[in-house]
Design a protein around this ligand. Structure first.
Ligand code: AP5
Ligand code: MG
Length: 198
């Protein structure tokens, strides 16, 4: 049984998709609190490995710094381990995974194996200039202009194509990410509520 949350206490399993600075982690943090579900940001996990100088951290550091994608196998392993060891009774939220068609397929296989189903893939839409502006207002190790530009390019090349995959499966919710964080959160919740009652 799921814990109570403001969607009526039902289990909810979500993924957040969007470009660098789209607001994935901002919204993930809010939703994780109000829906009372665990959340993972794959980017945060990898950066923490880099800071801790672990073997994984050393391995992924060049890709992260240059705004390249980390290998699918590495990411699949990380998500597998997280889903297998997280108390998923009330659901979960993935921020930054999947990012490629292969990762989306692998998530599907993994969820089948775990007897779980994804509810919604939420696409946080924001124009490129906003993505650039928000990312460069920070000073994360992958927020150099070239790395941000590369992440934006990979968003369109590798991640945007998987929107069709979720749309086809009737699991895609598109939300305007170019509003205040409060409005974005309200729109996400309103979309989740509406879909639940269909
Ligand atoms: P990751 O950390 O996921 O980076 P990203 O996708 O580039 O996204 P960001 O974290 O930069 O942005 P966000 O959407 O979370 O926005 P935020 O809420 O912080 O991944 C980093 C790297 O790890 C990748 O490049 C790759 O190398 C690797 N990686 C991770 N997952 C991978 C995977 N699955 N496969 C392969 N490689 C992977 O907001 C940004 C800023 O804007 C903040 O300052 C915030 O305060 C502000 N802001 C947020 N919302 C609003 C709003 N509505 N209005 C105004 N300001 C806002
Ligand atoms: Mg983030």
């Amino acid at each position: 049984m799921g814990d109570r949350n403001d969607l009526g206490g039902n289990t909810v399993r979500l993924i957040l998709l969007g470009g660098p600075g789209a607001g994935k982690s901002t919204q993930a943090k809010r939703l994780s609190q109000t829906l009372n579900i665990p959340w993972i940001s794959t980017g945060d996990e990898l950066r923490a490995e880099i800071v801790a100088h672990t073997q994984l951290g050393e391995q992924v550091k060049p890709a992260i710094e240059q705004g390249e994608l980390v290998k699918d196998e590495t990411m699949i392993g990380l998500i597998r381990q997280w889903l297998q060891t997280t108390d998923a009774a009330s659901g979960w939220l993935l921020d930054g995974y999947p990012r490629t068609a292969f990762q989306a397929e692998e998530l599907n296989f993994l969820l089948d194996e775990l007897g779980q189903t994804l509810d919604w893939a939420i696409w946080l839409e924001a124009p490129e200039d906003i993505l650039r502006e928000r990312s460069q207002a920070r000073s994360r190790l992958d927020d150099q202009p070239e790395a941000v530009q590369r992440r934006i390019k990979l968003l369109y090349e590798r991640t945007v194509p998987i929107l069709d995959y979720y749309d086809y499966r009737q699991k895609l919710l598109s939300v305007d990410g170019n509003q205040t964080p409060e409005r974005v959160e309200q729109d996400i919740k309103a979309a989740l509520q509406t879909k639940r009652s269909i």
